[in-house]
Write a protein that binds this ligand. Sequence first.
Ligand SMILES: Cc1cc2nc3c(=O)[nH]c(=O)nc-3n(C[C@H](O)[C@H](O)[C@H](O)COP(=O)(O)O)c2cc1C
Length: 312
Amino acid sequence: MKDTPPKIIYAPLAGCSDFPFRKMAARYRPDLMFCEMVKMEALMRKVPETYRMLEYDESMRPIGGQICGSKPELAGPCAKIIEDLGFDVVDLNCGCPVDKITKDGSGSGMLKDPGRIGEVISNMVAAVKIPVTVKVRAGWDEENINAALVTEIAEKAGAKAIVVHGRTRQQAYRGPANWAHIKAAKEAAKEIRVVGNGDVFCAESALRMFEETGCDAVLVARGTMGQPWIVDDIRRALNGEVPQKRSFEECRQALLDHFTFSTKHKSEHGALIDMRKVCCWYLKDAPGVRDLRKKASHATSLDEVYELIHAF
Ligand SMILES: Cc1cc2nc3c(=O)[nH]c(=O)nc-3n(C[C@H](O)[C@H](O)[C@H](O)COP(=O)(O)O)c2cc1C
């Protein structure tokens, strides 16, 4: 890791921030990027698919691994596995809203038991030398907002940073993120770095996030989809420069490059499935993209997809 702490971070995105996605992101050198979350139990059971999700190459550094689970006794060994795989940071997921994750108290389910968050983080910190971080939502629901309290708990447990997503679990992804909860977490923090997250889709919103919340860094999630260069836009804006405009041709080329990384890293079937979502990301503003998506969904060979994108 560089001496200066990360300021612009690319988020963990289950089903999205895979190897090809991170190859594209690496071109623009975010200060830190994350793999998709992995479950503690799957790490312990050595599930091959889980380890495949954690594959990376040197161009992606600094890179973080994120673990999800609620059992304090698994936290230390799992953090150690992430460290031994060579990751620069290990993060604890306390934000995932999906029922199948929260039903055993994992993900955002952890927000119902802040003491357990402290216990899990302490065990991670005791097991590794790399920085331990945690990613939370504002709270379980509007009646139970506790990101500021969890910030204090995480700091005491030894976490170096806390990412606060300004939505509650109940909100899932509906409505805007409430950045006031990020500000409150920053005010509760002494040494721990507070990373703001939620609705940063362009350089301007990143600047506003810094200004309105006083956060130390921003974590960009959906804004990285089809915009692997968003870190460059944000850096320029922070320096008072205008973000570079990307032409349609540049977006098409980026899509082709993403597709090429997919074909190298995945089976033909995997790359074909990938293209169904990825083509919409890069060309979302272009007229006719829905038709392209439809055609790409029916494509049966890689050549066919290349032709579709070239002809678009
Ligand atoms: C498709 C998708 C997958 C996600 N996967 C993860 C994940 O694996 N771990 C995590 O902590 N958050 C995950 N999130 C949440 C994001 O990291 C982020 O907190 C949320 O999208 C809000 O940020 P945004 O408004 O910049 O998108 C995911 C979000 C989306 C949309």
